[in-house]
Design a protein around this ligand. Structure first.
Ligand SMILES: [Mg+2]
Length: 372
């Protein structure tokens, strides 16, 4: 199954309600930036990373795919994913300028496309190719009702509806105001509205420093917080370890980490309780599997971050035994041939061959942006 061509693409798809914000980011669209890999027998594999839909930086990713990776891959056997991953990730000139950032996001897109091809060629969903599902149901948690930009009354209504109308047992609410009392007030109102049986996680997106996090956690502990995600600056192992020692609230992180080694450092320092790898920021599915296995060996749960809005992670989560729960944000799912849908609080198990990454023809027509 030789690779005949690699064609990058950029899609910009609107988020819920026109725009959303957390403590650090404000966006109106999600960027689906990736590649279609076509084999000599005409099979098409798709892979993508997730971005803030910023066209100039999206084009750096597609240029890396087109100019740096494609020439190394064309003519190669698409089935030999491990060898090809090493060939492009460890290509000395790219390793020199990369291992994180643009080159890693581009690597992720290419790697996912290769796995999509492999599963399609086998005629099975990715979770089946990897070894089968280890759970009959996969619980979803809803992030899209909890943005920091949502006013308190609307936040409470949205959380209540997610639980009572849509059947979610798990929700996540953003925190990160300059005045932590505002966040505590929002969380108290949400907890009161949804009841004690609902799992309530929170996410700070790396905004606060250690003293602020400690003060906040002391006040938030009575609210039974399932995890505190990205409480501190993404790469700061020592401060996360210090926070983890000081509070009963579990620490979750990983969406901003680019490598297996970065996860290893947090795990070795006891700085992380919920491991949150993302195929769109690690070097694709190949490196994601390594992180998930590291977490399993460390007896830590894996809760993937949905940089691809769970189109791929739904396969990985159904497959991997250490993954009890997966993030749900419905912005881009309907742009794909098989959307990552949730019914009664659980993800439907994908049934179609591939990795869930094939966009519909309509989505490409509607959302595609020029590469130059
Ligand atoms: Mg997060």
């Amino acid at each position: 199954m030789r690779i005949a061509s690699i064609e990058p693409f950029i899609l910009h798809i609107p988020v819920t309600g026109g725009s959303i914000a957390d403590s650090t980011h404000r966006i109106s669209h999600w960027g689906v930036v990736g590649a279609k890999i076509v084999t000599e027998d005409g099979l098409e594999g798709y892979g993508f990373t997730g971005t803030h839909a910023d066209l100039p930086s999206d084009r750096l990713i597609t240029a890396c795919i087109r100019d740096c990776y494609a020439p190394l891959l064309i003519g190669e056997d698409a089935f030999e994913i491990s060898r090809l991953w090493l060939k492009i990730a460890r290509h000395p000139p790219l390793q020199w300028v990369g291992r994180a950032g643009i080159t890693q996001l581009a690597l992720a897109a290419v790697d996912v496309a290769l796995w999509d091809l492999k599963a399609k060629k086998a005629g099975v969903p990715l979770w089946h190719l990897l070894g089968g599902a280890t759970k009959p149901r996969l619980e979803a948690y809803n992030t899209d009702i909890g943005w920091l930009s949502i006013p308190k009354d609307q936040l409470v209504d949205g959380c209540r509806m997610a639980v009572e109308r849509d059947g979610f047992h798990r929700i996540k609410v953003k925190v990160g105001h300059a005045d932590i009392g505002i966040d505590i007030g929002r969380l108290e109102a949400v907890r009161q509205a949804v009841g004690s049986h609902v799992s309530l996680a929170i996410d700070g997106n790396g905004k606060w420093d250690l003293p602020t996090c400690k003060r906040f956690c002391a006040r938030a502990e009575p609210l039974d917080i399932f995890w505190f995600e990205e409480p501190l600056w993404y790469d700061d192992v020592g401060s996360h370890a210090a926070l983890a020692r000081s509070t009963s609230i579990p620490v979750a992180l990983g969406e901003q980490l680019y490598s297996l080694d970065a996860f290893r450092a947090f795990i070795a320092a006891d700085a992380i309780h919920y491991v949150q790898p993302d195929v769109t920021r690690l070097g694709g599915i190949t490196e994601y599997i390594q992180v998930a296995e590291l977490a399993l060996a460390s007896r830590l749960p894996v809760a993937p971050h949905a940089g691809e809005m769970s189109q791929v992670h739904v396969h990985l989560a159904y497959w991997h035994q250490a993954t009890p729960v997966l993030e749900y944000i419905p912005w881009i799912k309907d742009a794909f041939v098989e959307p990552a849908n949730v019914v009664d609080g659980c993800f439907l198990k994908p049934q179609q061959p591939g990795a869930g990454t094939t966009p519909t023809a309509e989505a490409i027509t509607r959302f595609a942006k020029p590469l130059a």
